[in-house]
Design a protein around this ligand. Structure first.
Ligand code: FES
Ligand code: FE2
Length: 378
């Protein structure tokens, strides 16, 4: 799991007028709305004596800790310590970490890391957003599986034939192989386009988009460690552009948000069909991911036997090594070893500017050491 990327924390629909506790990267956060309706995200551990802020109340622009009533604003500053009395001076060190938030596509994202704004890897762009002729739907679901394994599933060209009877022939196609992968590099990831043979679309509205089995154009790739784009073109005119945003709850659990943009069947009445079909396909992937061994991606590629259709997986893992080298990987073993005794916080951008924080930053794997370990494994 990595700091310094945007993670989907909740949905616009789910974030009402009550604070929400959200787990991400093995840590707890509180997400709430201020009086302007803006979503805010703080580390959930109160700097006083460890109260869970999400269990408290929203008071104006602040979240009030349920234990002794300290109030923290959306920038993490403590605004009130009731036990000091009305005129009590609040010490600066009582602040908690606050994370940049963006609400887009009906999803509330938080940047969990300390990079200054200009250096932050962006949320994957969705060029169809707000464009005439496109309609979005969003579904989200939890899975008991590691997010890297899930991203690898999303960018894997060879599983459709076997895992999805919607896209392949369940292994019954004698002429099956994975054809040419046309690579698409990007600034924060790697992808490819390819053509594969797929069965007809289901009876009803969708059948009009492609009536017979035949070639389907599909592009897919990852963006950062936790986002995937998948473009499905059943024919040259009709496009489904899907975006997966994944939040590692911890190393073994993930929450997935799937945004599907379509340029056909634009009426609202088709949303349900879209969601049903996307959920049906997603659950087929979930069954596979939840049963993989080991749970985490092995740290050496020699512990799995890769073939040419796994090229995208290998490229993804190379990107992960790059982010390891930057020192962005959380030392989850160390964090877990200490979790009963130490409350950690994901370092926020403000830590680069102000010294003096109550909580320790989550332990990270030293970039040089991570690179050394990879060399030794090969
Ligand atoms: S623990 Fe939060 S106010 Fe005391
Ligand atoms: Fe899949």
């Amino acid at each position: 799991m990595y700091i310094n990327f945007w993670y989907p924390m909740t949905t616009t629909e789910e974030l009402g007028d009550q604070p929400l506790q959200v787990q991400a990267l093995g840590q707890a956060f509180v997400v709430f709305r201020d009086t302007g309706g803006n979503a805010r995200c703080l580390s959930n551990t109160c700097s006083h004596r460890g109260g869970s802020l999400a269990g408290g109340k929203i008071k104006g622009d602040c979240i009030q800790c349920p234990y002794h009533g300290w109030e923290f604003d959306g920038d993490g500053a403590c605004r009130k310590i009731p036990s000091l009395g009305k005129d009590g001076k609040v010490p600066g060190r009582s602040r908690v970490d606050a994370y940049p938030v963006e609400e887009r596509y009906g999803i509330v994202f938080a940047f969990l890391g300390d990079l200054p704004e200009a250096e932050r890897p962006p949320i994957i762009p969705v060029p169809e957003e707000g464009q005439a002729g496109w309609r979005p739907t969003v579904v989200d679901y939890p899975i008991k599986g590691n997010y890297e394994r899930s991203i690898e599933n999303g960018i894997d060209p060879a599983h459709n034939e076997f895992v999805h009877d919607t896209h392949g022939f369940s292994g019954e196609n004698d002429d099956y192989n994975v054809g040419e992968l046309r690579e698409v590099p990007s600034e924060w990831g790697h992808g490819f386009w390819h053509t594969f043979n797929a069965p007809p679309l289901p009876e009803g509205e969708m059948r009009k988009l492609r009536e017979q089995s035949g070639d389907l154009e599909v592009g897919t790739g990852h963006h950062g460690p936790n986002q995937v784009w998948t473009y499905i073109h059943p024919n040259p005119a009709y496009h489904f552009h899907q975006y997966l945003f994944e939040r590692p709850i911890d190393e073994e659990n993930t929450h997935i948000y799937l945004l599907c943009m379509r340029n056909c069947m634009l009426e609202a009445e088709h949303d349900e069909l879209m969601n049903e079909r996307n959920t049906y396909v997603a659950m087929q992937d979930v069954t596979i991911i939840q049963n993989l061994h080991p749970v985490l991606t092995p740290n050496s590629n020699t512990k799995e036997f890769m073939v040419p259709s796994d090229k995208c997986i290998l490229m993804y893992r190379e990107w992960l090594r790059d982010w390891d080298a930057k020192g962005w990987r959380i030392d989850s073993d160390e964090a877990r070893r200490n979790e009963k005794k130490v409350a950690y916080a994901i370092p926020s951008p403000q830590r680069r500017e102000v010294k003096g924080w109550v909580l320790d930053p989550v332990p990270l794997i030293d970039g040089a050491r991570a690179t050394e370990k990879v060399r030794a494994a090969h």
